[in-house]
Structures are given as structure tokens and as C-alpha cells.
Design a protein around this ligand. Sequence first.
Ligand SMILES: CC(C)(COP(=O)(O)OP(=O)(O)OC[C@H]1O[C@@H](n2cnc3c(N)ncnc32)[C@H](O)[C@@H]1OP(=O)(O)O)[C@@H](O)C(=O)NCCC(=O)NCCS
Length: 164
Amino acid sequence: MTGPGLRVPTTADAGRWFELFDDAEVMRFIGAGEIRDREYYAGLVQRQRDLAESTGLCLFSVVVDDEVAGFAGIHPWSHPWGPTGSLEAGWRLGRRFWGRGLATAAARAAVELARARGVPQLVSVVQQGNEASAGVARKLGMAVARQHRSPEGASVDEFELLLD
Ligand SMILES: CC(C)(COP(=O)(O)OP(=O)(O)OC[C@H]1O[C@@H](n2cnc3c(N)ncnc32)[C@H](O)[C@@H]1OP(=O)(O)O)[C@@H](O)C(=O)NCCC(=O)NCCS
């Protein structure tokens, strides 16, 4: 197996993201855990394509052995609560891709792209109990800077990474 690659998601990747994330285990620690439909991922992918065009950064498709495994990348935190105005590093893989170091490797590549573009600081917002995601954040060198309560009532850690 080669390491994961990152690419700007194609419009066709939206269907792949939907299929990978049509899984309650994958969505367990995201918002209230609701499963999103195909239209949601079509919109999400289009927003990433627009972001990549204007900033060079987005939630990229993670490609493993020519297969899309999920996404990892950098996007503006888009909620009215939490680290409004910050750039967030995010990651989400289909379940059969977990436990192989892929999210950490993919997120590391995205962080390096952000660093190369002069981004000074990244955050990552992780619900408490999501040990796999907290593990990725820690392996990137992130540390918990603040805590929040999400609108769904979850306790959430805001990890932070200062880039130089
Ligand atoms: C979070 C996620 C992307 C991690 O993907 P992954 O490729 O399995 O992560 P990695 O293999 O890079 O593992 C990261 C670290 O966390 C650890 N870890 C992984 N799963 C764990 C678990 N269930 N409990 C405790 N630690 C865990 C790993 O062991 C690894 O540390 P190590 O190398 O020191 O052992 C994946 O679990 C996922 O897609 N989850 C659902 C979506 C999600 O919650 N996204 C994040 C929202 S904030």
C-alpha cells in the first residue's frame, strides 16, 4: 500500500463521500450524528471546489491505492459557535480505512499545504470521547486550547496548532 494522496474532490467524489459516510459509526461524533443525504455531499464538494479555487486549501479527497477513502484538509469553521473565523483541520474516513494511520498521514499533508501558504494557526474541533480523532490531532502536535458546549449539548475540545 502506498501512502494516502490528497486531491481537490471531483464532483463525482460527492457520491463516494455519501456512500462512505452513510454509516452511523462514522457520523457518531459529528454534530448530532445524523446521516446526510447525497445532496448534502454534492453541496459540500462544490464548496470545497470553490474554496480550493480561491485559497488552494479545502477538504481534499483522500486517495488510497486509487480509491477515495474519505476527506482530510483545511476549511473555514462555518458554525456560529466555537472558533468562528478560524481555519479548521478536519478528517473523516470510511470505516474500512480506519486504524492504518491514514487520517494522520493525510492530515499531516494538508497541514503542510497550509503552512506553505502562510496560514499562522489551525484549530480542530473534536467531541469528547472521539478518541480516534483526538489521537489524530495529538499526533499532528495539536493541544487542547479551549472547550465548548455544542448546540447539540456535546462537550467539545478545540485543539490548536501554531504554524511557523
Ligand atoms: C477520526 C478518524 C479519521 C481517524 O482515522 P484513522 O486513519 O483510523 O486514524 P489514525 O490511524 O491516523 O490514528 C490516529 C491515532 O489515534 C489512535 N486511535 C485510533 N482509533 C482509536 C480509538 N478508537 N481509540 C483510541 N485511540 C484510537 C490511533 O491508535 C492513532 O494513534 P497511534 O498511532 O499512536 O496508535 C476515523 O476514525 C474516522 O473517520 N472517524 C469518523 C469521523 C470522525 O469522527 N471524524 C473526526 C471528527 S472531529
